[in-house]
Design a protein around this ligand. Structure first.
Ligand code: MN
Length: 212
């Protein structure tokens, strides 16, 4: 028996002849320093997508309010489909009519360490996610330090909480979502990318005019 392709739901939602998002190849084996990304996605509702590289795919949660660096603040994180690993560098505008239409920027990116443990023993990321109890140390551009993810509700889309752990990077006075809205890849804001996409669409239409 082969394991079911974890990217099937991801691919079934998208028309890759239309969306600029990556189709992705075969999931690759885990790396020593797995990567993470947080996309800021201006879809119908603005949200942040936290994605962790686990076993060659991106485990994903939609965080409506984005992460907080205040350990007292719990942020809702709703599970979304595993994304292709190549999505980690994706920044662009998903066309109108496509799944998740709207601009998305790489709000933060870096590597992470799995800190999940039970009874003093390390728990592999896949198992930690299954158990609904994940601890990671983020080494990002904007976010650093420990973050806990705890599942509190199951259903069509499991519901988790994203909470900053108490460490030297916890900072109740800092609000990176508000103070650092720009992409760590391009420096652009999601608003700028949205504006650009509108202009780009106009250009595409112009280019499609038949030649005389
Ligand atoms: Mn999204």
């Amino acid at each position: 028996m082969t394991k079911e392709d974890p990217l099937r739901p991801y691919r079934s939602k998208r028309d890759f002849s239309h969306t600029p998002e990556p189709k992705g190849g075969k999931p690759r084996p885990a790396r020593k320093h797995p990567r993470f990304v947080i996309h800021k996605h201006q879809a119908r509702n603005l949200h942040y997508d936290l994605r962790l590289e686990v076993d060659g795919v991106l485990k994903s949660w939609a965080v409506p309010k984005g992460p907080s660096t205040d350990p007292r603040v719990k942020r809702l994180a709703v599970v979304t489909e595993d994304h292709a690993l190549e999505y980690i560098d994706f920044e662009g505008a998903i066309p109108e009519g496509d799944y998740g239409a709207g601009a998305t920027i790489v709000w933060d990116a870096g590597t992470y360490k799995n800190m999940s443990e039970k009874d003093g023993l390390v728990v592999a990321m896949e198992d930690a996610i299954d158990r609904g109890h994940v601890s990671v140390w983020l080494d990002g551009n904007k976010l650093k330090g420990g973050f806990a993810l705890k599942r509190f509700g199951t259903g069509k889309q499991d519901q988790w909480l994203l909470i900053k752990m108490k460490d030297e990077h916890a900072d109740p006075d800092n609000d990176p979502v508000a103070s650092r809205p720009e992409s760590v890849l391009s420096g652009k804001t999601v608003e700028e990318l949205t504006e650009q996409a509108k202009l780009g669409q106009t250009n595409r239409k112009v280019n499609k005019r038949p030649k005389r």
